[in-house]
Each structure stands twice: as structure tokens, then as C-alpha cells.
Write a protein that binds this ligand. Structure first.
Ligand SMILES: [Zn+2]
Length: 77
């Protein structure tokens, strides 16, 4: 799996701090070298905190798809 897609699948757990330390270190290493993903995480994080101020539910499917499209667009490799 390409690193950028992998980051996307793990992102919720990453922001919840529920990833194993080694996986987390892996992601952070990727973030250190990938400005697209860094920008994406920033966008995701602020979107999530906005949503969490409204509801405790998981991210709506539509938002998930939009984030995926955003990442696919920015992280072609
Ligand atoms: Zn990336």
C-alpha cells in the first residue's frame, strides 16, 4: 500500500492516539517527508475537532470520501 493511502486508513486512530507506538512512529516518519500529508493531517484535524464540537459520532461517510478524494488528488505517485 502506498504510504499516503496507508496514512489515510490509519489517520483516525492516529489522531485518537490509539495506534501502536511502532506504527505511529512510521506514520510520523512519513509525515516528516511528505508535505501533502502534513497539509492533509492539518485539514483533517481541524475538521474533526469542528465536528466533535457538534457531535460525538464517527465521521460521516461523505466526509470520509471527500477527504479520500482530496488526498488522492494531492498525493499521486
Ligand atoms: Zn504522503
Amino acid at each position: 500500500m502506498p504510504p499516503c493511502s496507508r496514512l489515510l486508513t490509519l489517520l483516525s486512530d492516529y489522531l485518537d492516539n490509539s495506534l501502536p507506538a511502532d506504527v505511529r512512529a512510521d506514520l510520523e516518519k512519513h509525515l516528516g517527508g511528505c508535505s501533502d500529508c502534513t497539509a492533509f493531517v492539518g485539514t483533517f484535524r481541524s475538521t474533526v475537532s469542528l465536528l466533535q464540537s457538534l457531535t460525538d459520532d464517527d465521521l460521516p461517510e461523505e466526509l470520509r470520501l471527500r477527504l479520500r478524494a482530496f488526498l488522492d488528488d494531492r498525493c499521486k505517485s
